[in-house]
Design a protein around this ligand. Structure first.
Ligand SMILES: Cc1cc2nc3c(=O)[nH]c(=O)nc-3n(C[C@H](O)[C@H](O)[C@H](O)COP(=O)(O)O)c2cc1C
Length: 179
């Protein structure tokens, strides 16, 4: 059955891989809406996601086209699952601490649906005690934080912190939707 996936894209160099994820989600017959942080738009243009998802891309909390219902509540209401891929250390921390100072974090906080996080960051950011404590807290709350991959990182280092591959994220999405 077709589901509605809300995909949050954040300001990581891995943001380009989210385009492939959108393609896989559409190929599986689901609807997908993308919300990007401001930093994410430095890496990939919204037009890429708009075209691949065949949906508008949400960027602003205070949207002029808003009729009466706040964008973050409207988006939270229609999602069957929220996937944040790639998820920066910053957004991971915001979700952990319940911050809601941009459209994506506010939507995650307002959504009564499963949240799947695919982190992507430098190995030291990933290994930092603050990030690891956040991951532990989120997992204890039942939020799925995927393991990062090992290998060459875009920042020039080697280590863990690579975003899981889009195919693996798609498997995790299907598993969550079918649970
Ligand atoms: C070239 C470049 C690549 C970056 N890649 C990452 C990354 O993979 N993961 C991460 O957590 N932050 C990364 N950052 C830092 C984030 O973009 C920065 O923390 C930003 O404030 C995140 O905003 P957001 O979490 O609202 O998207 C990168 C910054 C630059 C300049």
């Amino acid at each position: 059955m077709s589901k509605h996936i809300l995909l949050g894209v954040t300001g990581s160099i891995a943001a380009y891989k989210a385009a492939e994820l959108v393609r896989l989600i559409k190929g599986a017959g689901h609807e997908v809406s993308v919300v990007m942080t401001k930093a994410a738009t430095e890496f990939v243009r919204p037009l890429t996601f708009k075209t691949l998802s065949q949906n508008d891309v949400a960027l602003e909390m205070f949207d002029d086209s808003m009729v009466w219902d706040p964008v973050h509540i409207k988006m939270a209401d229609k999602a069957d699952i929220i996937v944040v891929a790639p998820c920066t250390a910053n957004v991971l921390a915001k979700i952990t601490h319940g911050l809601a100072d941009d459209l994506l974090s506010a939507t995650v906080l307002a959504a009564p649906v499963p949240v799947l996080i695919a982190p992507a960051m430098n190995d030291r950011m990933w290994g930092n005690a603050a990030t690891q404590a956040n991951v532990k807290t989120l997992r204890e709350r039942g939020i799925e934080v995927m393991e990062t991959g090992e290998g060459d990182l875009a920042c020039g280092y080697r280590g863990s912190g690579r975003m899981p591959e889009p195919e693996d994220i798609m498997v995790a999405i299907n598993k969550t939707l079918n649970d």
